[in-house]
Design a protein around this ligand. Structure first.
Ligand SMILES: [Zn+2]
Length: 347
């Protein structure tokens, strides 16, 4: 799509006069950025009939009540994603919004099995996304990485088959991850495919300790050898785990608005983010599935600022953490950190 849909009205951003904080987004599912406008446009292009008469009706469906109704909608809408062009347009629409939100670097998840299950080859997904990502630096001033996630509620064999199908495309992929319904699907189930990914020189991340227990975070670290934990908020239930995460500075990609929408946390004002920062954890703030969870990267910054009373120094720490936790090379990381510090001083 040439133009991205307009954002709904929101609170003033967590910005100074010089705009939103420069930040990296490290926990972002590209399929979770599909806004109703683009869903309808792609449905029309591909001759797919959506079970919603209008964009407004679909927008109302985004006010889902629980995890299952979210997942039902999420997977139903994926039917509109068929061609390389569709994936390129999806990523381009996200990048346009991310730029407005101060995102300078994005490490983007995709779920190949959600597409291969519908007959869309992994190469179509990767080539389409990569086409948009290749233009992102020039068009939006955003550097990017791709992270290929395995659906943990699918089998270990399916993850292995997915990894083998993706082998010709691994030069486009920086890391592998693990997502979808956590409880009952411990990280150890995917030991073999993560070992293959590490052998292939890829970084590793995994969703753990969101709805699942702190024990899953231990497993992700010790069995999968992950470089980063996605979510991880339930680590706070285990003092020894907190001490280890702090000592090793294992990054945690926390998603505050997502936590509230999926009822991991009842109220943003009760979010453990301040306690996590006080414990010395390398915490970052991210948007997860922003089309569905009520906000993009800076919307999350704004929400935690307002609900938790974060001052500029805390927001600066969160912005710095986002780059520290990224898979950027050192020189680029330092350049972005200098940009955060310049923003803090209003330079
Ligand atoms: Zn996620």
């Amino acid at each position: 799509m040439a133009s991205s849909p307009s954002l709904p009205p929101s609170a003033p951003s967590a910005a100074s006069d010089t705009g939103p904080w420069p930040k990296a987004e490290l926990h972002l599912h590209i399929e979770g950025t599909l806004e109703p406008e683009l869903a309808f446009a792609l449905a029309e292009r591909n001759g797919v009939t959506l079970p919603y008469a209008t964009e407004d009706e679909l927008r109302r469906a985004y006010s889902f009540a629980d995890l299952q109704s979210f997942l039902n909608l999420y997977y139903a809408l994926m039917a509109v994603l068929r061609t390389e062009d569709d994936f390129a347009d999806l990523a381009d629409a996200y990048l346009a919004r991310a730029k407005e939100q101060g995102v300078r670097h994005a490490e983007i998840f995709f779920d190949p099995q959600a597409h291969t299950a519908r007959g869309v080859p992994v190469g179509t997904v990767v080539d389409g996304l990569a086409r948009a990502l290749d233009r992102a630096q020039e068009t939006y001033g955003i550097s990017t990485r791709l992270i290929m996630c395995f659906l943990r509620d699918e089998s270990a064999e399916s993850a292995l088959a997915t990894f083998e199908a993706a082998r010709p495309h691994l030069h486009r992929i920086a890391a592998v991850g693990l997502d979808s319904a956590e409880v009952g699907h411990p990280p150890a189930k995917f030991k073999e495919v993560f070992a293959l990914a590490r052998e292939a020189g890829l970084k590793c991340v995994a969703h753990a300790g969101e709805e699942g227990p702190a024990a899953y975070v231990w497993e992700a670290l010790d069995v999968l050898g992950v470089d980063r934990i996605d979510h991880g908020v339930r680590c706070m239930e285990d003092e020894r785990l907190v001490a280890r995460l702090a000592a090793e500075q294992v990054p945690l990609t926390v998603c505050p608005l997502s936590n509230v929408r999926l009822r991991v946390i009842d109220d943003l004002a009760d979010h453990p983010l301040p306690a996590m920062l006080d414990a010395g954890l390398l915490v970052t703030v991210n948007s997860d599935d922003p089309a569905y969870f009520g906000g993009y990267a800076d919307d999350n910054f704004t929400a935690v600022r307002d609900a938790l009373g974060f001052d500029a120094e805390t927001l600066r720490t969160l912005a710095r953490n986002s780059f520290r936790a990224s898979f950027l090379d050192e020189a680029t990381r330092e350049r972005y950190l200098a940009e955060v510090d310049a923003h803090a001083t209003g330079a």
